[in-house]
Design a protein around this ligand. Structure first.
Ligand code: PLP
Length: 428
């Protein structure tokens, strides 16, 4: 039966009532209706196919519509769809906590559930602040990296670098001191800067994206420098929070970027690939010492923070199925294949006249285009449209082109991503 709305296109209907994230609706192009996703591919309403070169913000790492995961989620839905996590517990959450303990850095002891990346960071920051509060040690300042991104709630925004995302809220943010990421050239200066921040403030926590700053444009720093900063923070009783929301679950080669560190973070935030893109869920894990600081005969020393959907059984089921895949022989082999291909491609593209820097770690590959952004203000949009026209979903960050493909991407699909990147560079 035909309804009156059927004559209107999906885009027209979208524009009536929907407010999209990260969008200036006055100038933004209309969004593209997507009707199907499978494996490394997504399809628009006209049947055009695109390779999802960033795994839909690095979530769908085992492929869209993964049947092994979907089946487990479906079974879980029929068995126990949802029950609140206060006063109750359930098998999927228990099993997930046990499985995570076998893969997380071994100083992690407790798993706290949230709904999304930002709230994982929010809980981490509140944990750290209350940890000191419970110990009667008043500490009010966060330390973070200049160009970090940790999400859009207030604590997470505070820990993020200043940008158009959080700029309007600057006056309302938590107290934060931002330092540059440690590189070989600047490690001494950054250490000195951290020392003075620690001296002049009462710092509660250091929040960082380990090894790769995602939203900043896939910017890398080395484990050694980060290790030195963490060590200094720990000496000063500052809790270290690793935001592994992007890097977690195999992106950097190891299961977690923190595995590259000698000094393990006190708190780790996980989301995105945690549930393979099938369900919004996140986790804030922490050490036994942090958990113990909330144990008291005083009720108010507990962590009174909750979300209605805490430990949603469907999210737990998706996460358990995802972890099984992460550790499978097949996915492990795919990850090293992608890693090797990335290394070859970086070696090849490095000398391209339009490339300023090319880098890769694990399945993350990024290159900076050597063109002045002032002259080519719309370069990012032109690149994006070019890639989409060629059937590849890549979303450049400023003048950084990056790919973070799903582990199950085929050899040909991966090659096609490289080919369109070269074509785009040649056309500049
Ligand atoms: C995506 C992301 C977040 C925020 O997660 P949301 O689910 O979008 O709230 C935080 N930190 C990092 C490193 C991220 O990549």
């Amino acid at each position: 039966m035909k309804t009156s709305t059927e004559k209107e296109s999906l885009v027209q209907r979208d524009q009536k009532h929907l407010w999209h994230p990260l969008t200036q609706h006055k100038t933004a192009a209309a969004p593209l209706p997507i009707v199907k996703a499978k494996g490394a591919l997504i399809w628009d309403e006209n049947g055009k196919e695109y390779i999802d070169g960033i795994a839909s913000w690095y979530t769908a790492m085992y492929g869209h519509g993964n049947e092994a995961i979907a089946t487990k989620v479906h079974q879980q839905m029929l068995e126990l769809d949802f029950v609140m996590f206060s006063g109750f517990t359930h098998q999927p959450a228990i099993e997930l906590s046990e499985k995570l303990m076998t893969v997380l850095p071994n100083n992690q002891a407790k798993i706290f559930f949230n709904d999304n990346g930002s709230t994982a960071v929010e809980a981490a920051i509140k944990m750290a602040l209350q940890y000191h509060h419970n110990k009667n040690d008043k500490r009010d300042t966060l330390i973070a990296f200049e160009e970090g991104f940790h999400g859009d709630t207030f604590g997470a925004m505070s820990a993020s670098g200043l940008s158009s995302y959080n700029g309007p809220f600057e006056d309302f943010l938590l107290k934060v001191k931002r330092i540059p990421t440690p590189q070989k050239e600047n490690l001494k200066e950054v250490m000195a800067q951290l020392r003075s921040v620690l001296k002049e403030n009462s710092c509660a926590a250091f929040v960082f994206e380990p090894l790769i700053q995602g939203a900043a444009g896939m910017k890398f720093h080395e484990a050694e420098g980060l290790d030195a900063l963490i060590a200094l923070c720990k000496e000063n009783g500052v809790l270290c929070i690793a935001d592994e929301i992007m890097t977690g679950f195999g992106k950097t080669g190891k299961n977690f970027a923190s595995e590259n560190l000698e000094n393990k973070p006190d708190i780790i935030c996980l989301s995105k690939a945690l549930t393979a893109g099938m369900f919004p869920m996140s986790i804030t894990s922490c050490t036994q010492a942090i958990f113990d600081a909330f144990l008291s005969d005083e009720v108010a020393k507990g962590f009174f923070h909750a979300h209605t959907y805490s430990a949603h059984p469907l999210g737990c089921a998706a996460a358990l199925a995802g972890l099984e895949l992460l550790q499978s022989k097949e996915i492990t082999e795919r990850r090293s294949y992608i890693q090797n291909q990335h290394q070859r491609f970086v070696a090849q593209i490095k000398t391209h006249p339009k490339v300023k820097d090319a880098r890769c770690l694990g399945v993350v590959l990024a290159l900076d285009v050597d063109i002045k952004m002032e002259r080519y203000g719309t370069l990012r949009d032109r690149l994006y449209l070019f890639f989409m026209e060629k059937g590849v979903n890549l979303r450049p960050l400023g003048n950084t082109i990056y790919t973070l493909p799903p582990y199950i991407i085929t050899n040909d699909q991966l090659q096609k991503i490289y080919d369109v990147i070269i074509e785009a560079l040649d056309n500049l």
